[in-house]
Design a protein around this ligand. Structure first.
Ligand code: NAD
Ligand code: ISE
Length: 336
C-alpha cells in the first residue's frame, strides 16, 4: 500500500518534507497540498503532481488523503492535529506539537479518547545516527550512570521576528526532548540564565540563554541556546557518566590541512545537519502508517516537552527555579 499524504504548510520544512515523501521515502506519495500562501502551495503541488486544497480542514477530510503532515506555523498545529485525530487519520506534526501545554494536553486527551496512536511529533534528533549511537553507549552502561549532560544548540542567525521566548519554545524544545530520550527520564525543574547579550542579535532578543534542566534522578542538563552565532549551525552533545563520557563526533566528512591550518566545514543549517535524520523519521512514519505500529516521538513526548518549555519560559521571565509538573502518564494502547 502506498500512503497518500496531504501536506499542510509548504514553507521551508514543509517543502523539504514533500520532496522527501516524493523522492526519498518508499511507500509514500504526496497527493494533496495546502498553504495560506496559495501561490506557494500551487508551485509545490505542481512538482509533486498533487491537488491543491483551499484550506487544511478540507484537505484532512478528503477521501484521497490517508495521512497528514502538518508543517504550518506552530499556532496552527493544534487545530489541524485535533481535526486529524477526529477524522481517525495518522498525522505527522512538526515540532512543537502545539504552542503551550494546555493545547498539547487537549491533543493528548483526544488521542487517548480515540484509543490508538495517531500522532507523531517531528523530534528528528531521535533518528540522527550520531544521537542513536550515543544513546546505545549510555544504555550499554559503558560510562556508568549519567550525572551531567551538555547540549549546545547554535544557529547562524534567527529570523527578524524571533522573540526571546522562542529560543525556548522553537529551539530548545529539541534539546529538551533529546535529553528525556537519552536519559529515559522526565525533567522535574528548570532555571534559565541570561548571559551578556550577543550584539549580532536584535536588541530586545535575550540571546544567548543557558537553560538548566533537572531530571527525576538528579542529572543536570545544561543547554546553551545561541541563535545568532554567525559561523554556522553547531549542534553538540555530551553525557558525563560516573566513569566516562560520550559525546557526538564532528560532522565534517573531510578535514583540510593546508598552509599551517587544519579546518573542517560547519553545517550551514538544520536542513544540512539533520538531513539523514529527517529522511529516517519520515520513512519510519510512512512505515508506521502502513503497518499501524507507531514507534516515533509520541503525543506524550510533545506534551511533556511543552510542559518543560512553558516552565522554562516562566523561569526566563522570573529568574526563578520553576518546577515541572506532568499530569498523568504516557498512554498505553492495546495495539501498541
Ligand atoms: P515557514 O514559515 O517557512 O513555513 C510555514 C508555512 O506554513 C508557510 O508557507 C505559511 O504560509 C504556512 N501556513 C501558515 N499558516 C497556515 C495555515 N493555517 N494553513 C496552511 N498553511 C499555513 O516555517 P518553517 O520553518 O517551515 O516551520 C514550519 C514548522 O516546522 C514550525 O512548527 C517549525 O517549528 C517547524 N520546523 C521544524 C524543524 C526541525 O528541525 N524539526 C525545522 C524547521 C521548522
Ligand atoms: C527550527 O524550527 C528547528 O526546529 C531547528 O531544528 C532549530 O535548530 C531551529 O532553532 C528552529 O528555529
Amino acid at each position: 500500500m502506498t500512503v497518500r499524504v496531504g501536506v499542510i504548510g509548504t514553507g521551508m520544512i514543509g517543502a523539504d518534507h514533500m520532496r522527501r515523501l516524493t523522492t526519498v521515502v518508499t511507500g509514500s506519495r504526496v497527493v494533496a497540498v495546502t498553504d495560506v500562501d496559495a501561490e506557494r502551495a500551487r508551485r509545490h503541488a505542481e512538482h509533486a503532481a498533487a491537488r491543491v486544497y483551499d484550506n487544511g480542514n478540507d484537505l484532512i477530510a478528503a477521501d484521497e488523503v490517508d495521512a497528514v503532515l502538518v508543517a504550518s506555523w506552530a499556532p496552527t498545529h493544534e487545530e489541524y492535529v485535533l481535526a486529524c485525530v477526529a477524522a481517525g487519520k495518522p498525522v505527522f506534526c512538526e515540532k512543537p506539537l502545539a504552542t503551550n501545554q494546555a493545547a498539547c494536553r487537549r491533543i493528548l486527551d483526544a488521542e487517548v479518547a480515540a484509543g490508538r496512536r495517531l500522532v507523531q511529533v517531528g523530534f528528528m534528533r531521535r533518528y540522527d545516527p550520531a544521537y542513536r549511537m550515543l544513546r546505545a553507549v549510555l544504555q550499554d552502561g559503558e560510562i556508568g550512570a549519567p550525572t551531567l549532560v551538555y547540549s549546545v544548540h547554535r544557529n547562524a542567525n534567527s529570523p527578524a521576528d524571533y522573540a526571546s521566548e522562542m529560543l525556548i519554545t522553537d529551539t530548545a524544545v529539541h534539546d529538551i526532548d533529546i535529553a528525556r530520550w537519552l536519559l529515559g527520564e522526565e525533567i522535574v525543574a528548570t532555571r534559565v540564565l541570561t548571559p551578556r547579550h550577543n550584539r549580532r542579535a536584535a536588541a530586545l532578543l535575550s540571546d544567548p540563554l543557558i537553560v538548566v534542566l533537572e531530571t527525576e534522578s538528579g542529572v543536570l542538563v545544561n543547554v546553551e541556546v545561541n541563535v545568532n552565532v554567525g559561523y554556522g549551525y553547531d549542534i553538540r552533545g555530551e553525557v558525563v557518566g560516573e566513569r566516562g563520557t560520550v559525546a557526538l563526533g564532528d560532522t565534517a566528512a573531510v578535514v583540510l590541512r593546508t598552509r599551517g591550518q587544519r579546518s573542517a566545514a560547519v553545517p550551514a543549517d538544520w536542513g544540512e545537519r539533520f538531513a539523514r535524520a529527517y529522511d529516517l523519521e519520515l520513512q519510519d512514519w510512512a512505515d508506521s502508517v502502513r503497518t499501524g505500529r507507531a514507534t516515533g516521538p509520541s503525543v506524550w513526548d510533545g506534551y511533556a516537552v511543552s510542559v518543560v518549555s512553558d516552565a522554562a519560559v516562566s523561569a526566563l521571565h522570573t529568574g526563578e527555579r520553576v518546577a515541572v509538573r506532568l499530569i498523568g502518564k504516557p498512554p498505553f494502547y492495546e495495539k501498541d
